[in-house]
Design a protein around this ligand. Structure first.
Ligand SMILES: [Zn+2]
Length: 134
């Protein structure tokens, strides 16, 4: 069954922006930036630490969907962010890629989605892809 994601996320039908056989993308119910979407795989994966070479195509597809829903062709790299929470911040035990159009709503959100924290927190999707391709 590819419906496990519905045990963890329950977007309103009108908040679903994209769906295909592999992924679903929808608006985050508590947006933390100007626009805030989640891209979720239909195959259950608990988090980034479970990703391996077997998931390269899936992650690449998630990133492409993220670019599409954020419409990044009209954006500069510093205007958006795509990636994953890692410990200690991950809240939901089901892989979900955050897609954020900046600015953030407040400083705390900017910290939560920063890649430069000493204790982890957030990792960009492209960095995860680079790691599993090695
Ligand atoms: Zn998260």
């Amino acid at each position: 069954m590819l419906e496990h994601w519905k045990d963890y996320f329950s977007p309103c039908p009108e908040d679903i922006l994209y769906e295909d056989s592999q992924v679903v993308a929808f608006k985050d119910t508590s947006p933390q930036a100007a626009r805030h979407y989640l891209v979720v795989p239909k195959v259950k994966i608990k988090g980034v630490e479970e990703l391996s070479r077997a998931h390269i195509a899936l992650l690449d597809h998630m990133i492409q969907v993220g670019h599409r829903i954020l419409n990044t062709t009209s954006l500069l790299p510093h205007q958006y962010r795509m990636g994953f929470h890692i410990k200690p911040f991950r809240s939901i035990p089901y892989l979900h890629m955050h897609c954020l159009l900046l600015p953030f709503r407040n400083t705390w959100q900017r910290i939560r989605f920063s890649e430069s924290l000493p204790f982890g927190g957030f990792i960009s999707a492209i960095r995860v892809l680079g790691k599993i391709q090695r």
